[in-house]
Design a binder for this molecule. Structure first.
Ligand code: NAG
Length: 163
């Protein structure tokens, strides 16, 4: 009896290891496996989250990156006053992500209407691209822009699994 139970447990453990975690399974379906896994593993909620939970964690990462980028923009006003126009535009764009896209996506996914969540997540990447374009090829924000585009793409792929 004891022996049978132990064998069953061992078999279950083997299956879990060979299939990989839910995070890895899910991230395989996104355009950036490594980024996806590292973002989700860095959140304590990740290991027990379902697909919408994983999407919500990534939206939180979008929010954190948005705040970081807004801080960077604020610092650039002093260091690069000649870029004021482009910085103003970026500031507006990132505030749209923070005040519209992120809350819209969180609400939609929490309420089980992921289609509207997808719109907000896509828009975060679009806003970042528009900001970047304003510098006419001399952007001081390029690496932050790329990060936002990548997180947006990964998050979008996971939100689409909910549709
Ligand atoms: C994000 O996805 C779009 C559309 O599939 C693609 O054109 C773009 O290159 C991707 N961006 C990044 C940074 O992965």
């Amino acid at each position: 009896m004891m022996m049978m139970m132990m064998m069953k447990v061992m078999m279950m453990v083997t299956v879990m290891v060979s299939e990989g975690s839910i995070i890895e399974q899910t991230c395989k379906e996104t355009p950036d496996f490594n980024l996806c896994v590292s973002l989700l593993n860095s959140d304590p909620r990740g290991s027990s989250a379902d697909t919408s939970g994983l999407a919500l964690i990534l939206i939180d990462k979008i929010k954190v990156l948005t705040t970081k980028t807004l801080n960077e923009i604020n610092g650039l006003y002093k260091k690069r006053p000649e870029l004021k126009r482009a910085l103003d535009e970026c500031s507006r764009r990132y505030k749209t992500i923070l005040n519209a896209d992120v809350p819209e996506a969180i609400e939609a996914i929490s309420k089980g209407v992921p289609k509207f969540g997808e719109d907000g997540v896509i828009d975060a990447g679009v806003e970042a691209s528009v900001c970047e374009g304003g510098f006419k090829g001399r952007s001081p924000l390029t690496s932050l822009t790329k990060s936002m585009q990548k997180i947006s793409n990964v998050t979008r792929a996971i939100v689409r699994m909910l549709l």
